[in-house]
Design a protein around this ligand. Structure first.
Ligand code: XMP
Length: 399
């Protein structure tokens, strides 16, 4: 089994002379495979294996006491000194530093990127295209849990507009078969994450020169995984023997910062302001065991909601809005006949960093119109409920 890599992060690599000495000393530590120094960012990333003892690094840090090294962490800690990226200038500086780091980490290797079409992976794709161009291969996996028309849009934007190297994999049946009968939310997430990695490994095996895996992990994913709130698919689903080295250029950014960086990279407005969509997709909006008919009810009601929000000019103004179809039925009546169908829950929220959220309140006429469309157009739905709960106590998603 291959040893699992981890990344350590050293802050305060300010002067070229010290950098060379620190780099040389760290490279001698057992298990260290790479030291990537970014002079622009004044930092270094050290790729080492799981078994490298931390005290080996502490010894090096102590030996270089006085070289202005300000600290070492596990690479997943946002430094206190890091300012929130709000302006174009800050975004440009971040991009310049990341492009430098990415080029050094990747060299002339090939990178595979999971391109879901969401903001995070789109920004990572744009950063990688800027840093390494055609060395990047994007893979869009249709896991059968995509929103209506979404895979088509990813192909259109990335292949046609941005000219990216894009492989489209329709793995819907494979995912849905594996998920059949699985009710536990964490197990569902892990299955989806695990299948993702397997699909990438299989795709990588067909390509040559691929040694890196790009991911759109952002800081809340890392924080919530550390706190044990949930296993994020970007963090929790990795198998022990993962063969590709991770490339996660936005892992220390909050969502609002990722959008600012995306705009600075020249991504289209509708992509940068696109509402976030979880990695496990509609799977977490189909609580309990996913069935194809209930999933279809989520997909259709979501499409109606998005269409109505767009018509009202709320697209890009409300942070996130979606529907959930829970796994229980209630009695109803349609065309004089008794029905026993699912409810559809509508949720719309606003936030800046998704750690805390408030709800978007709907106008009564809008609610009436929405309810009418959903109950008449979506098979299997006989009720519509609006979720007006903030976070905390409720998370944004239902699983
Ligand atoms: P929660 O439910 O944790 O959601 O309050 C916060 C934000 O994160 C999104 N989310 C995810 N995004 N993979 C993702 O890429 C995931 O597994 C995942 N789970 C939640 C969610 O849609 C919301 O914007």
């Amino acid at each position: 089994m291959a040893e699992k890599n981890r990344t350590l992060h050293i802050e305060g690599m300010g002067c070229v002379h010290c950098e060379a000495k620190v780099k040389e000393a760290i490279e001698k530590i057992d298990g260290v495979s790479k030291v990537i120094v970014s002079h622009l960012a004044g930092q270094a990333d050290v790729i080492c294996d799981e078994n490298t003892p931390d005290d080996a690094f502490s010894t090096v840090m102590e030996a270089f006491d006085g070289y202005n090294l300000t600290g070492m962490d596990d690479g997943n800690l946002r430094p206190d000194s890091m300012a929130r990226i709000e302006t174009r200038e800050q975004a440009d500086a971040f991009i310049e530093a990341q492009v430098d780091l990415l080029q050094k980490q990747i060299g002339d290797g090939g990178v595979l990127l999971a391109l879901s079409g969401g903001v995070d992976s789109s920004v990572v794709a744009a950063l990688l295209i800027k840093a390494i161009g055609k060395q990047l291969t994007c893979i869009h996996v249709n896991h059968g849990l995509m929103r209506k028309g979404e895979s088509e849009q990813v192909i259109d934007v990335f292949q046609k507009q941005l000219g990216a190297n894009l492989i489209y994999v329709d793995a819907s049946d494979r995912f849905l078969d594996k998920l059949a009968g699985v009710t536990d939310p964490e197990t569902k997430r892990k299955i989806i994450g695990g299948e993702f990695i397997d699909v990438f490994d299989e795709e990588a095996a067909k390509l040559t020169g691929i040694s890196f895996l790009g991911q759109g992990t952002i800081y809340p994913d890392i924080l919530e995984s550390k706190d044990g709130i949930k296993a994020h698919h970007n963090v929790g689903g990795l198998p022990e023997d993962v063969k590709l080295e991770l490339v996660e250029p936005v892992k220390l950014l909050f969502k609002d910062e990722v959008r600012v960086v995306g705009a600075a990279l020249g991504l289209p407005d509708d992509m940068v302001n696109r509402q976030p969509f979880p990695g496990p997709g509609l799977g977490v909006r189909c609580p309990g065991a996913i069935t194809r008919d209930r999933l279809e009810a989520v997909r259709e009601s979501d499409a109606i909601l998005r269409e109505e929000f767009a018509k009202k000019g709320l697209e890009g103004k409300v942070w996130q809005y979606f529907t959930v179809v829970p796994d229980f039925k209630s009695t109803g009546i349609k065309n004089g006949k008794r029905t026993f169908d699912w409810p559809c829950i509508v949720r719309a929220i606003n936030t800046t960093d998704v750690m805390e959220v408030t709800v978007e309140h709907f106008e009564p006429d809008f609610i009436d119109h929405l309810v009418n469309r959903i109950i008449t157009e979506v098979p299997g739905i006989n009720r519509v409920l609006i979720d007006y709960t903030p976070k905390p106590p409720a998370t944004v998603e239902y699983e």
